[in-house]
Write a protein that binds this ligand. Structure first.
Ligand code: NAD
Length: 443
């Protein structure tokens, strides 16, 4: 099967490489020349464990190619996937669909008859029908099919998530039609996943579009709930780890996404919650839970910055904070909407000297952070001479550090761990003042 994938970002690259590994012939279209040059030279312009090896393997097998020119590969394709970005539109909560619609117009210009057009990008309900409308009005003569196939991969685990998904959601124009062209083609494409655990779930296009937003918004809400329970534990003497363990063992709740932290970030939760709330408002059915989740998450990042300033004694000029972690979570260099991007500028504005380290995200973060922040060679270098050590990302290499590594060169004795990577006792017994989240700090 010949597949064209429009967009060589996280989703396009991972999906394209994995579909090639399943045996399809995949061409990825990337319009950014720098990114394309990099891909054609066998390099991957983002950090995702295992991706570079998989891409190289599939390129060498002749099943994966990269180009800017859509027309030739599309002519031979049975399906085209739209995997371009859908960021928040500037000044509103709407998803910016200009890249999706531009891709639809490009497809319309070159589509062969009987092409299946699959929207993989996360898009508001109604977008798939709009893509069909663009195709229909641009090429009234064309026979085509549409489907929605939102992607659920997590950065840092993307290949495994794609290859062994909990579910593959497929929205069809006519879900009742069990032998439609779209369904048969997608079943064949995903055939290597067919085990009881790797289920293909067919539904209508609108339901598929909504499922993706509903899942992300629910997870964002779960994280925010855990953060609020952590605050309540701090105020009343409970311990969040005990509370969430007790909650999470209930199979109706489940343990995932109940760890408190500095607020959710990344390229999906913030924009998808905004887009869902906006769609719901437009539809006349506002989602109060999601609106509140968005506001609570924003407020949390600011409140934690204020808390850090208070812990440092309020006047933090001449105060050095070593910051470990910039990316929104471990195993990715993605800095989009990371809590560090809100917290660090506030600490900087308050006068703190910041020395930061992240194993992957420093290049991406540099243009987005105040220019006089210094970047360390490694975690120990960041901690040298610092008054406070602040953990913002749960990288395993930070978790592997112990007081014996840090204590000899750090000046102060204050650890602020917003990712629960260490045991409080290990640090307290050697004289550190240790602040985590979700429990009362002993005076
Ligand atoms: P991204 O911004 O990393 O990548 C998009 C790529 O598409 C960019 O490289 C851009 O240059 C390219 N592009 C845009 N228009 C193009 C065009 N007309 N022709 C060719 N290339 C074009 O985005 P992403 O993180 O891969 O996300 C893509 C979509 O998938 C979004 O809707 C996102 O919400 C969704 N999604 C992302 C994730 C994730 O973890 N990143 C997970 C699930 C779903």
């Amino acid at each position: 099967m010949h597949i064209t994938m429009i967009g060589g970002g996280y989703v396009g690259l991972v999906s394209g490489a994995c579909l090639a590994a399943f045996g399809a012939n995949v061409t990825i279209i990337e319009r950014d020349t720098q990114r394309l040059d990099c891909l054609q030279a066998g390099q991957v312009p983002l950090y995702e464990p295992g991706l570079e090896a998989l891409i190289t393997q599939q390129q060498q097998a002749g099943r994966l190619t990269f180009t800017q020119d859509l027309a030739p590969p599309l002519r031979d394709s049975q399906a085209v996937f739209i995997a371009v970005g859908t960021p928040t539109r500037r000044g509103s909560g709407h998803a910016d669909l200009s890249y999706v619609y531009a891709a639809a117009r490009m497809i319309a210009a070159h589509a062969p008859d009987n092409l299946l057009v699959v929207t993989k990008s996360t898009v508001p309900v109604g977008t798939g029908r709009q893509v069909a409308h663009i195709l229909r009005t641009t090429r009234p003569d064309l026979t085509f099919h549409i489907a929605s196939n939102p992607e659920f991969l997590r950065e840092g685990h993307a290949i495994n998530d794609f290859m062994q998904p909990d579910r593959v959601i497929i929205g069809l124009e006519d879900e009742a039609q069990t032998a439609s062209h779209a369904r048969t083609l997608l079943e064949a494409l995903y055939a290597p996943l067919h085990t009881p655990q790797n289920r293909l779930i067919f539904m209508g296009i609108e339901s598929a579009e909504l499922t993706k937003y509903a899942a992300n918004a629910f997870l964002a809400m779960k994280v925010t709930f855990a953060n609020e329970m952590a605050d309540l534990c701090e105020a009343t003497g409970g311990h969040i780890a005990d509370v969430t363990r007790g909650m999470g063992l209930d199979p109706r709740i489940g343990p995932a996404f109940l760890t408190p932290g500095p607020g959710y970030g990344g390229s999906c939760f913030p924009k998808d919650t905004q887009a869902l709330a906006t769609s719901a408002r437009q539809a006349g059915t506002p989602t109060q839970l999601i609106e509140t989740t968005i506001a609570a998450n924003e407020a949390r990042k600011r409140r934690l910055a204020e808390r850090i300033i208070a812990l440092a004694g309020h006047n933090i000029t001449h105060y050095t904070i070593a910051v470990l972690g910039l990316s929104f979570k471990a195993h990715t260099d993605d800095i989009r909407q990371a809590p560090a991007l809100t917290i660090l500028p506030l600490l900087h504005e308050a006068g703190a000297t910041l020395r930061v380290y992240d194993p992957q995200a420093m290049n991406a973060a540099r243009p987005l952070l105040p220019h006089d922040i210094s970047y360390a060679r490694n975690a120990l270098h960041a901690a040298e001479g610092a008054d406070m050590l602040l953990i913002l990302t749960e990288w395993p290499e930070f978790a592997a550090l112990s007081p014996a590594d840090i204590a000899p060169t750090m000046k102060g004795r204050l650890i602020v761990d917003y990712r629960q990577i260490w045991q409080q006792n290990d640090w307290q017994k050697v004289g550190f003042n240790y602040h985590g989240l979700g429990y009362k700090i002993a005076e």
